[in-house]
Design a protein around this ligand. Structure first.
Ligand code: KIV
Ligand code: ZN
Length: 546
């Protein structure tokens, strides 16, 4: 190592700890259609801080101005010992941009990567092994020089599990010599099998484990991401890269909640090892990520699925009533399910609501609590009872609030048998009221068409709806409807078009639909006027995609 390069102060993981590196906002957000605005990313980062993850990988700053801005804001805000990581290719411009975004963090964590398997080197990067090694060393050294000895510099060998072992070990040794404090072993295409992956991790730990933290990053293409991650921990890995709900490219990444609860539930398999995760925040984190990305959690998903703690058969119910240990290996409370369902009525107090929200993993006080209280009481006027699910939905709706330059003034719709409908809307656009009427094959279609006609002459585009989903928040005739839409601008139809989500919540599903449509309009408009509000701008090219 050249004398100008400071030696890293790490490895930084305390003994007995597995460092939880959450990449929901980077690899998770790469799932097609999971794009988040900068404000939404910040909301998720705050929830990850409540969960007490060790590292938040906030994004890929060189990918777009929106992602740069989101990473910078998360780096600026995140405190309490949580590191903020940014991803960069080993390519001129990327690491500089990543460093610029994270240098304000309390604990900056630079994550540089380059592909190392022959298949990637030959067909994607079109470079030889020597060049890949030289670039890896160059950018690790650059990061160490720029960020100093106390920062984390992580190097990932993309497609490590399909890389020639001798070359892989050579590159890890070289980057550690150049100043890397973490070396990551990605199973990029989810190809590894647990025993094989554990053996690979053991080799790397033997080689560089004294000087650097060994990390793993597993994809789920064969459904083995969690199993591979746990095998790696048993083999000596002390950082795991995971996402909430297992969100991620293709079949996703190892799921944070599965890995963390396995470590906690099976201590004899992971002697003297644990994570610092506040597991009671897992359900709130799962719901928020699912809500904002529009990716539903399958009911039978481990830990956070709707049925994860439901017991249907008589034999199981009988056992659980006699002793929950018969069929439950962890308690619902330990992952943040409150257990009680009946909640707020018209006469419930503000303090009662605050306590209930706390049980559900949300910490609200002051104006924000007053606001939710007003909404809950208004809802209690419309519904017999306000349940946990309603409260989750009210809180989640707050997460999708966006600055509104387009707002609903009024609407009307008539619809009859045979599918014909006529809708009229009045919208306030930039403070000026504008109205239009349109027909459609149903009430929502007619109202959306009226919105389109109102906006087209003013904005030069209207939203194009690409997806519409509606679900009832609870059972019962008075349930609230929660609507999700995905839209892009009609003037932006290309393959890299910006697609945003919008949510609406109301006991009136037409109102909820219109609300969701306008949230999407305001996001698209916001992205257009300031150019940086939305993190996800275009799919990464195959050359740049990690
Ligand atoms: O899957 C992968 O290889 C990655 C790396 C950038 C860590 O996401
Ligand atoms: Zn990945």
């Amino acid at each position: 190592m050249s004398s100008a390069v400071p030696r890293p102060a790490g490895p930084f993981v305390p003994a007995g700890t597995v460092r939880i590196f959450d990449t929901t906002l980077r690899d998770g957000e790469q799932a097609p259609g999971a794009g988040l605005t900068a404000a939404e990313k910040l909301d998720v980062a705050r929830q990850l801080a409540r969960l007490k993850v060790d590292v938040i990988e906030a994004g890929f700053p060189a990918a777009s101005p929106g992602d740069f801005e989101a990473v910078r804001r998360i780096a600026q805000e995140t405190r309490g010992g949580i590191a903020v990581a940014a991803l960069a290719r080993c390519k001129d411009g990327d690491p500089q941009r990543a460093i610029e975004a994270i240098k304000v963090a309390e604990r900056p964590h630079l994550h540089v990567f380059i592909a190392t398997s022959d298949i990637h080197l030959k067909h994607k990067l079109r470079i030889d092994r020597e060049t890949a090694l030289a670039e890896a060393v160059r950018w690790v050294r650059h990061g160490r020089e720029q960020l100093g000895r106390d920062a984390e510099i992580e190097f990932s060998a993309e497609d490590a599990s399909r890389t020639d072992l001798d070359f892989l070990l050579q590159i890890y040794e070289a980057v550690v010599e150049a100043g890397a404090s973490t070396v990551n072993i990605p199973d990029t295409v989810g190809y590894a099998i647990p025993a094989e992956f554990g053996a690979l991790v053991e080799r790397v730990v033997r080689l560089v484990g004294e000087q650097a933290t060994v990390s793993v990053h597993c994809h789920n293409d064969l459904g083995l991401a969690t199993a591979n991650t746990l095998a790696a921990v048993q083999a000596g890995a002390r950082q795991v890269e995971v996402t909430i709900n297992g969100l991620g490219e293709r079949a996703g990444n190892a799921s944070l909640e599965e890995v963390v609860m396995a470590l906690r539930t099976r201590p004899t398999q992971f002697p003297d090892l644990g994570s610092g995760i506040v597991t009671e925040q897992l359900t709130a984190a799962s719901r928020l990520v699912s809500y904002l990305t529009g990716f539903a959690v399958q009911p039978n998903k481990a830990i956070v699925g709707g049925n994860a703690f439901a017991h249907e058969s008589g034999i199981h119910q009988d056992g659980v009533i006699k002793n929950p240990l018969t069929y439950e290996i962890m308690t619902p409370q330990s992952v943040g399910l409150s257990g009680s369902q009946l909640t707020i009525g018209k006469l419930s107090g503000r303090r009662g609501l605050q306590g209930k929200l706390k049980e559900l993993g949300y910490d609200y006080e002051g104006d924000a609590l007053d606001d939710i209280y007003r909404q809950a009481v208004a809802l209690a006027d419309l519904k017999k009872e306000v349940t946990d699910a309603d409260l989750h939905a009210l809180v989640e709706q707050r997460a999708s609030e966006v600055p509104a330059s387009v707002a609903i003034v009024g609407w009307n719709v008539t619809s009859s048998h045979g599918g014909h409908a006529t809708g009229s809307v009045t919208l306030s656009v930039g403070g000026e009221d504008r109205a239009a009427e349109a027909t459609g094959n149903g009430p929502v279609n007619a109202l959306f068409a009226a919105v389109d006609q109102t906006l087209q002459p003013v904005l030069g585009w209207h939203p194009t709806l690409t997806e519409y989903e509606i679900k009832a928040v609870t059972a019962g005739e008075d349930a609230q409807g929660q609507v999700l839409v995905r839209c892009r601008r009609s003037s932006d139809e290309g393959p890299g078009a910006l697609v945003v989500t919008g949510h609406g919540l109301s006991t009136n599903i037409i109102e909820a639909s219109l609300e969701a449509y306008l949230v999407a309009v305001n996001k698209l408009h916001g992205a257009e006027i300031n150019g940086v509000a939305v993190a996800f701008v275009a799919p990464r090219s195959s050359e740049s995609a990690p």
